[in-house]
Design a binder for this molecule. Structure first.
Ligand code: SF4
Length: 382
């Protein structure tokens, strides 16, 4: 196979993958894999066939029908080359039972489930670094009906919504964007639309909410779905300096906000995921401008149901190592000496901002947001 051109991780416009390059509000960036591989079992399933149909319709010429369920090695003789090959490849596979087991995922939601693993964007702080094993090939799951059927037993269970009086009315919450950006790959998978439609029409044993976060603006396919108010889409947004410097291959923040406005007007519960928050120079002004822009777009939406999640930047030794392999020239600050260590539940060490700056930001963000968007329900700061 010819090797794709390597993405320049320091140039957000050079994604190393094919997109339509059109970021005007109303269209949004669309990802086209350079290569699609589908396993034998995945090709036998209706949703696997649907993904193939979508890829062909999107103009993907390089589609491999594998004769087994093993994915071949993608090659790449250094981490950066392996990264570029993986990020431009879509593998369509069947999620085994171990990958379909629901996981608690506080504070975002009661349960995590996956429609896919991997993401076509190139954020230099990527949350997936350190969570994925091997090159970050994008794996979309073909056994979608089986994945969705696996959610039923969890309805009525879950620590987040049962403990939080503010969120109890949401019912059991299911997060679909822990390991992928589901809208980023929607054009070639259709999995998010199918899941939203399932949540809208399924006869659930109690109230439920599907949750998904994205940095992409191509929301048009979602606007006409019968979502039944059971899906909350959140846009991941950031200050201009952070998004401009570190987000690659995503839709620009103004296009994301405009897309969130279109979703809200289509009756979706929506949200702002401000992440990863960084105390860049002039951070109050920069994040203030972000909230002003959100206010201009969302402020007048009738019946607006808006939440806000505020997540500061953190890294681990493992994620730092992987990110430096992927983006060797990054200017992202990952200096352990400038951070405070925070131990997770299982003893894993995360590097977060020192307490004084965390306290300053923790005091500023919720009130700056409430000033501009009093309708926003603040869910958590982390
Ligand atoms: Fe990683 Fe999210 Fe950026 Fe995708 S959009 S590269 S998952 S941080």
């Amino acid at each position: 196979l010819p090797a794709p051109a390597l993405a320049d991780p320091l140039d957000p416009t050079d994604t190393g993958v094919d997109t339509d390059g059109d970021d005007t509000p109303g269209s949004g960036r669309r990802w086209r894999p350079r290569r699609v591989m589908i396993t034998r079992s995945a090709a036998e399933l209706p949703h696997g066939q649907e993904i193939l149909r979508r890829c062909a319709a999107a103009g993907v010429a390089n589609i491999d029908l594998l004769t087994s369920d093993r994915l071949p090695s993608l090659g790449g003789d250094n981490p950066r080359a392996a990264y570029a090959l993986a990020k431009s490849t879509l593998a369509v596979v069947v999620a085994p039972p171990s990958k379909r087991a629901l996981q608690p995922i506080p504070p975002s939601a009661d349960w995590r489930f996956d429609l896919a693993v991997g993401c076509p964007a190139h954020c230099q702080y990527c949350y997936l670094a350190g969570s994925l094993t091997g090159p970050p090939v994008i794996r979309a799951y073909a056994n979608l009906p089986e994945i969705l059927a696996g959610l039923d037993p969890a309805v009525g269970q879950g620590a987040v919504t049962s403990r939080s009086t503010d969120r109890r009315h949401e019912g059991t919450t299911f997060e679909a964007s822990c390991y992928t950006d589901p809208l980023g790959i929607e054009d070639v998978t259709g999995s998010l639309s199918a899941t939203i439609a399932h949540f809208g029409r399924h006869d659930w044993a109690g109230p439920v909410q599907l949750r998904a976060t994205t940095k992409f603006a191509a929301v048009e396919p979602l606007l006409t779905l019968d979502h039944g108010g059971r899906t909350r889409i959140r846009m991941s947004v950031n200050a201009a300096d952070v998004a401009g410097r570190f987000d690659g291959g995503t839709s620009p923040v103004p296009a994301r906000l405009a897309a969130l406005g279109r979703l809200a007007r289509a009756g979706y519960p929506v949200g702002l995921t401000v992440a990863p928050i960084m105390p860049v120079e002039g951070w109050q002004e920069q994040y203030g401008e972000l909230f002003d822009a959100a206010q201009r777009i969302l402020g007048g939406v009738p019946g607006l149901d808006l939440t806000a999640e505020l997540i500061t930047h953190r890294f681990t030794a493992r994620s730092k190592e992987i990110l430096l392999d992927w983006y060797p020239r990054t200017r992202l600050e990952m200096d352990e000496d400038l951070r405070r260590q925070k131990r997770g539940k299982f003893g894993a060490v995360k590097y977060v901002y020192p307490t004084p700056i965390m306290n300053e930001m923790k005091a500023w963000f919720p009130s700056a947001l409430a000033e501009r968007l009093p309708a926003a329900r603040f869910l958590y700061w982390t």
